[in-house]
Write a protein that binds this ligand. Structure first.
Ligand code: SF4
Ligand code: SF4
Length: 326
């Protein structure tokens, strides 16, 4: 019997999601035994025309990582959608926009200006920036359009399932692959991870404060972090209350606060807004420990890069989506 066909593709991403497939270690042999990989640009030399030659729906499942930033990425994911029975948004960038989605705090012009003209390591006296079309002696060269706004995969094509994480951990990937192969998948649109907040599974949950009575918000490098105590109780921003569990509390166990890469639980629409409201709700704003307005202001001023902290992985999928354009 023919094995189900599987494709992997990457859009705007760092390559970490591709690496996590390799991190399956010997389990990758089980995957290769069970499926026929028909496309995986990072690892195997298949071409776009190989995908175009397939029947619509012939690929059982495409795992697509990365956000959608360029015209080429949009074309490729639309082609894969057409050829695939299932599409899984693989990792934070495809799921929520991820780190590339932070580009939505700027415009394309501002990004090109900075990257190609201003950074100290750039040597570009003629101020050349990438062009979609360039005529040369050997003909016309083209580059894909670089969009002003980064989109999530689901803002570009219909997505069947989401594997969260930066990158998704190997055990969740194996569970998802097994469920797909056995046809034991949940309802379409589901995130393939527990629908519980990270605090519910966190080994430090017992020390999580009801009310935050810190005088200052600190950054991890500024203090010696207690490895047992809730980060919030140490004045460090931890997005555990606004983040889905399922990662194995990787960062917490490495003594670093959660940054929110798993995105929110199902009932939360906007992870950044949820994180902000979580911080606001645990500040000592009433009762005996009531903070003065000045104390609250000082505390909030100590928060470096609030937008980048609360929307680090989810800006493109948030209610804000991007900074307002001129
Ligand atoms: S806030 Fe962070 S450290 Fe505290 S219980 Fe939640 S996940 Fe754990
Ligand atoms: S602790 Fe938070 S940032 Fe770290 S892997 Fe888990 S969800 Fe992602």
């Amino acid at each position: 019997m023919a094995k189900p066909k599987v494709a992997f593709y990457w859009c705007a991403s760092c390559g970490g999601c591709e690496e996590t497939v390799v991190d399956l270690n010997e389990d990758i042999l089980k995957v290769v035994e069970a499926v026929d990989i028909v496309f995986w640009p990072v690892a195997l030399d298949f071409k776009r025309k190989d995908i175009e030659a397939l029947q619509n729906g012939e690929i059982a499942v495409s795992f697509i990582n990365g956000a959608v930033r360029t015209g080429e990425q949009e074309e490729m994911v639309k082609l894969l959608r057409q050829k695939s029975g299932l599409v899984v948004a693989f990792g934070s960038c495809a799921h929520l926009g991820g780190i590339p989605g932070l580009g939505n705090f700027w415009t394309r012009d501002a990004i090109f200006q900075r990257v190609y003209k201003e950074v100290p390591t750039v040597d570009n006296p003629d101020g050349v920036i990438p062009q979609e079309k360039t005529v040369t002696d050997v003909g016309e060269l083209t580059l894909p359009e670089f969009y002003d706004t980064v989109k999530t995969l689901a803002q570009t094509i219909p997505v069947d399932y989401y594997l969260p994480g930066c990158p998704p951990p190997p055990d969740l990937i194996m569970k998802a692959v097994t469920a797909i192969l056995k046809g034991e998948l949940p309802e379409k649109g589901a995130v393939l991870a527990p629908d519980k907040a990270l605090c519910d599974t966190c080994p430090r949950a017992e020390s999580k404060p009801e009310k935050l009575s810190i005088a200052e918000i600190k950054r991890p490098w500024q203090i010696k972090i207690d490895p047992e105590k809730c980060f919030l109780d140490q004045g460090l921003i931890c997005l555990g209350p606004a983040t889905r569990s399922g990662c194995g509390e990787t960062c917490i166990r490495a003594n670093m606060p959660c940054r929110g890469c798993f995105g929110p639980v199902d009932r939360v629409v906007d992870q950044g807004a949820k994180a902000l409201s979580m911080i606001a709700s645990i500040l000592g704003l009433e009762g005996e420990d009531k903070m003065t307005e000045e104390e609250v202001k000082k505390l909030v001023d100590g928060l470096a890069d609030p937008a980048g902290t609360f929307y680090r992985f989810s800006l493109a999928s948030s209610l804000l989506r991007r900074k307002r354009m001129e």
